[in-house]
Structure formats: structure tokens, C-alpha cells
Design a protein around this ligand. Structure first.
Ligand code: TNX
Length: 521
């Protein structure tokens, strides 16, 4: 139970009156929430306890030009629990207001924002709608956690007073969901999108095809989805997204200012395609479908022209479904593709991605193929030395950091964790928070890091509850590593801020892991 400020103050007064030295008891009362509690930690935050702003049925949301979408989103966040009308209007006309405005502030870049909460109103300013959206995620954390309830709560709604100036350390803060090992319906993907957006994650990487299943409709190779999509790990039900469903997911993510990166893993991790279309095999014979969790046994037929017709058809259709700049072409663990073949494959496939107007991203093994400098290798190893990745960074490629021993959300927390794997590490909350993307790989420093990504492989993950249990509370830590200045990095301070997030997760129905490393209260 948390004591209110008034109760704490009264306690200090009475103890002092009883003759105890004030210094022994007068530690400043800890407010329930403050601008200094926000996760990810802002660049700078100054609390003003006299600046608390009270939401009332009269409060309006004002939206300047270009701010309407974020204003509507904010209204949608605040209405269920408050029950207040909170109309979005062009001018406050004397009413108490939360004001969203676009401007030109060189300090905050494209995703930063400035937030001021004062007694007479809240002002949120940014250079872009993305920045306003990230500012709204901070604003939301300044309200009581009951704001996350889905039904009206009869109570006071006070926004903690103060100012925040904030912008990200790295451009990309990502999450990856493997929908191939187990399939997740569009509504489950949307739920995860909403959960990750609140920690300023701006990229969702969808792993759409692997040995155990193909999950996206490709009209020129229709059986990929209808046949290759039937299977999943352990014989669990499969599934796939029609192109219309997939576009809807992408649009939903965009409404949460998240860009989707679709992945088709190749030349390995391709059993679902090769069991569906015989011509994708060198001997022209379809392989049997597989639902076990081995890796590294499949390979497309590198010498066959049909392989590249297939790749081009898939890339063309996927590019047309993708407003974002990147297509992910996998490239990991191609243990059944001889090294020379791997390079030959990459040299043919990467230009196909460019032909359809997209940039390449892929697992860090693609660094060996000397990809164009616009390509982003995604580092998944343990850190230390990797000459191919260092050489790519030296050539100008940015590197995305998702070290398996820190950022893999499918790793168990402890040996007792009922879900997940442990081949890379056991990752308790403190471990997942305990690394620096710019000090992980020799030769890859601050300016060569594109950002961070927290992948969730789903061999053992079947439900949204499973996703939540593995992602929370580690995903907010990875998001903070990607967003917050290095100077704010501090485990003790972080675990205290993280503890205060838990009532929000409870109100949102997030089934999180109550790590003993955090005092959840
Ligand atoms: C390795 S690391 C994989 C995935 C598995 C994962 C399980 C990497 C790029 N690939 O195929 O799902 O381990 O932890």
C-alpha cells in the first residue's frame, strides 16, 4: 500500500512533535507518480508538485494543424476510464485544455517532444505527429494507473505537474514477433502493438515464414499460405494473413506510429515453402512438412532459376504491402547452404529488394555478403568480436542490436520459467537491462548503431498471455536502452520506476512475470 502525501506529511509532523529530529523522518514524501518516473527515462524531467493538472468533465483536447490523429488517439486513451467527453477542438476557448501542437524545435528531432503540465493546462509540442505520439505515452504515465481501466472509474484524475524535454538516443526501437513457429491472429498482433507502443517502440518486425509455417498470402504462389500455412510447431494449428488482413495490421501499427518490417527468412528456414512447392527443391521433390524445432536443415536451391522467380514474386508482393522502407530477408543459420552458395544467393536477392524500392535488412550473417551501405544487418550473437559486422559498420552500414543473451524475449528468466528456451542465456530483468548497444560489438560504436530490437521467437509461445509473460517486464527495459540517454542508465533507479508500471499492466490485463528483482509492492 502506498501512503498519500498528506498522510506522510502528517506522520512527519507528529513524529517531530514527539521530539524526534526532523532530519530522521522528513525524507521527502514520494509522490505516487512524477515526470521523473516515466519509462523510458526522458532526457530531462523536472517535477513541479504545485503544477498538478486536474482532468474534469470540462477538459478539452486542442489539436493544432497535423495533430488531429494523435489528439483522437489520446481521447481514446482517456475516455474509457474517465467517462469524460474530452472533445477534440481547434481552440480551448477558455476551457481547461490538453493542447497538442506541431512546431519547429531543433532540440527534439523527429520523435522528440516537450511536455508541460501546469495547474491551468497541459501543453505537448513536437516537430512531427510521431513526436506528439511519443509525448502522449509519457503524459499517460503521469495519470493514475486506473486511467488504463476499460470501464469508468469514479475518482479524481490528476496529471503530475512538471516539464519534460525528450528525444530518443537511437532511431529504431523494435520488437519482433515470430508468427511462423506459432501463428497469432491479427487481433493478437494488434494487442501486442498497443502494449509495445506505450514504451515508445516504433518498429514491429514480423517473422512471417520459417520451416514450420508460411503466414502471408502470396497471390502468385497461393499454396504458400493455404498449404504451407497449415502447420505450426508441435502440430498446433497454423494460419496465415490474407493480404487484406496484413494491410490492416500494417495500418493499425501506423496508427500507433509503428512501422512494420516483414521478414521472409531465406535461404534457410524455408521448409514450409519447400514442402509446398516441389520445384523449390534441387531434386524437384517436395520435402515433408516439419513441426519440430530443429534449425539449419533447410535451404532453397541456390543454382535453380526457379528459386529467383519465387524470390522476386514474393519480394514484389511484399514490397507492395509495405509502406516502410525495409524488407527483412532473414539469412540466419543457413547451415545447409554452402558458404559460396550463400554469397551467390545474397548477391542475387539483395538487388531484387532494391528493384522493388526497398532497403535490405537481415540477420547479421548477411554482413559477409558486403551488402549496400543502406542495408542494416541485425546482430543477434552474444557480443564481442565479429569481423564481418565490424567491417560492415566501417563501410557505413548501421547495425541493429538484438543480442540473444540480453534482448531475446524467448529466453527463460530463471531455470523455473515454464516457457521459453535457454540456449543463449537465462535473462532476468536486471540482465535484460544490463547492456549498452554502443559497447557490445568491437568496431560498432554509438553512431553505427541503428537501434535495438527485442525478438520474441515462439517455439514455446502459444497465446497472448505467453507473449505478455515473456515481454513484460523485459521489453520496457530494451525500449529504455534504445530510447533513453546513456547517462540515465541505472539499475536501482530503473527498478523503482519499473515497479510503478505494474499497476498499469494489471489495469491493462497484461500477464507479466513478477520478478523477485523488483519490489512490485
Ligand atoms: C535462433 S538467432 C534463431 C531462431 C530461433 C531462436 C530460438 C536467430 C536469428 N535464429 O530461428 O527461433 O534461435 O531462440
Amino acid at each position: 500500500m502506498r501512503l498519500s502525501r498528506a498522510v506522510l506529511t502528517a506522520a512527519v509532523v507528529s513524529l517531530t512533535a514527539a521530539g524526534l529530529p526532523a532530519s530522521a523522518t522528513a525524507a521527502p514524501a514520494v509522490p505516487e507518480r512524477s515526470v521523473t518516473d516515466v519509462v523510458p527515462a526522458p532526457v530531462s524531467a523536472k517535477a513541479d508538485p504545485r503544477g498538478d493538472f486536474r482532468l474534469t468533465p470540462a477538459t478539452v483536447i486542442t489539436a493544432g494543424r497535423g495533430a488531429g490523429q494523435v489528439a483522437d488517439y489520446l481521447r481514446g486513451l482517456l475516455r474509457p476510464a474517465t467517462g469524460y467527453p474530452l472533445p477534440v477542438v481547434p481552440h480551448a476557448a477558455g476551457l481547461p485544455a490538453i493542447s497538442l501542437e506541431l512546431g519547429h524545435d531543433p532540440r527534439i528531432g523527429t520523435e522528440g517532444y516537450r511536455l508541460k503540465v501546469a495547474r491551468d493546462g497541459v501543453t505537448l509540442k513536437a516537430n512531427t505527429a510521431d513526436g506528439l505520439f511519443e509525448g502522449v505515452q509519457s503524459l499517460r504515465q503521469l495519470l493514475p494507473s486506473a486511467i488504463e481501466a476499460k470501464r469508468v472509474q469514479h475518482r479524481a484524475w490528476t496529471v503530475a505537474g512538471g516539464t519534460i524535454l525528450d528525444y530518443p538516443r537511437f532511431a529504431e526501437r523494435g520488437a519482433m514477433l515470430d508468427v511462423a513457429r506459432h501463428f497469432f491472429r491479427p487481433d493478437q498482433v494488434k494487442l501486442y502493438i498497443d502494449q509495445i507502443a506505450q514504451y515508445k517502440v516504433n518498429t514491429l518486425h514480423l517473422h512471417l515464414a520459417d520451416d514450420q509455417g508460411w503466414r502471408i498470402e502470396i497471390k502468385s504462389w497461393p499454396k504458400l499460405a493455404t498449404v504451407g500455412g497449415r502447420t505450426a510447431v508441435d502440430g498446433d494449428p497454423g494460419g496465415y494473413y490474407t493480404q487484406a488482413q496484413y494491410r490492416d495490421i500494417v495500418a493499425y501499427a501506423a496508427s500507433r506510429h509503428i512501422t512494420v518490417i516483414p521478414e521472409i527468412d531465406m535461404p534457410g528456414h524455408t521448409n514450409a515453402a519447400q514442402s509446398t512447392y516441389a520445384e523449390l527443391n534441387c531434386d524437384g521433390k517436395a520435402v515433408p512438412p516439419r513441426t519440430d524445432t530443429e534449425v539449419g536443415y533447410s535451404s532453397l536451391c541456390i543454382s535453380s532459376p526457379i528459386t529467383y522467380r519465387f524470390v522476386e514474386d514474393v519480394v514484389r508482393e511484399l514490397a507492395a504491402l509495405t509502406p516502410g522502407p525495409f524488407l527483412h530477408i532473414g539469412g540466419d543459420e543457413a547451415h545447409s547452404t554452402p558458404p559460396a552458395d550463400y554469397l551467390a544467393f545474397e548477391r542475387k536477392v539483395q538487388p531484387i529488394v532494391a528493384k522493388y524500392g526497398k532497403k535490405v535488412t537481415g540477420w547479421h550473417e548477411i554482413a559477409k555478403s558486403v551488402p549496400p551501405v543502406s542495408a542494416v544487418p541485425q546482430y543477434w550473437d552474444f557480443g564481442g568480436s565479429n569481423p564481418d559486422v565490424a567491417a560492415a559498420a566501417a563501410r557505413g552500414n548501421k547495425i541493429l542490436m538484438s543480442p540473444a543473451n540480453y534482448a531475446y524475449l524467448d529466453m527463460k528468466y530463471t531455470p523455473q520459467t515454464p516457457l521459453g528456451q535457454d540456449w543463449a542465456a537465462l535473462i532476468e530483468v536486471k540482465d535484460g537491462y544490463g547492456w549498452d548497444p554502443a559497447a557490445l560489438v568491437d568496431g560498432v560504436g554509438e553512431s553505427q548503431v541503428a537501434g535495438v530490437e527485442a525478438p520474441l521467437w515462439t517455439e514455446t509461445i502459444r497465446t497472448s498471455d505467453d507473449i505478455e509473460y515473456m515481454a513484460f517486464p523485459r521489453l520496457p527495459g530494451i525500449a529504455e536502452i534504445g530510447w533513453s540517454p546513456k547517462a540515465t542508465h541505472d539499475w536501482e533507479a530503473y527498478r523503482a520506476r519499473l515497479a510503478k508500471q505494474a499497476p498499469r499492466w494489471v489495469a491493462q490485463g497484461i500477464d507479466f512475470y513478477r520478478s523477485p528483482q523488483v519490489d512490485w509492492k
